[in-house]
Ligand binder design. Structure first.
Ligand SMILES: [Fe+2]
Length: 146
């Protein structure tokens, strides 16, 4: 089953939605590589491709929350850390044991399903908070609101 971003997953901030679309595309490429039993090089490449994007994306979300004074920052950061840890433990496991059924299952549950839930729940709640304050289109790096 493919894993794609749809407008129903919008969190109300255009720049973050665009990043989520890219993120889901990369997660989908990883699922396809793992599910299709592709060559090790391709799986490693898709793992790194997704992992690198996640780092930049979380950095931008964190900057947005700091700049706008979002009160849910600490909880949100702890959830980002959770994905970082799950992702790095999957990478370690793959390098030790390679591709097995459990790895494929965990990529779906611990990375892909996690991302959908996070976007639908935590990211959307932040979107509502920003929107209520007219901050939805806050440009990263712009001066903080008064
Ligand atoms: Fe997030």
């Amino acid at each position: 089953m493919s894993f794609v971003w749809t407008p129903a997953l919008s969190v109300g901030v255009d720049s973050i939605d665009a990043q989520h679309r890219e993120l889901f595309g990369r997660a989908n490429a990883l699922l396809l590589a793992v599910g299709g039993n592709r060559e090790e090089q391709e799986i490693l490449r898709t793992l790194a491709f997704l992992g690198n994007y996640v780092v930049g994306h979380f950095g931008d979300e964190e900057l947005l929350m700091r700049e706008t004074g979002y009160p849910g920052l600490a909880l949100h950061l702890s959830l980002h850390t959770q994905l970082d840890e799950q992702f790095s433990s999957l990478r370690t496991r793959y390098s030790r044991r390679g591709l097995d059924a459990r790895f494929a299952r965990d990529v779906r549950a611990k990375v892909c399903d996690w991302l959908v839930e996070h976007v639908q729940g935590t990211d959307r709640a932040r979107g509502e908070w920003l929107s209520a304050r007219g901050l939805s289109q806050h440009a990263l790096g712009a001066p903080s609101p008064p």
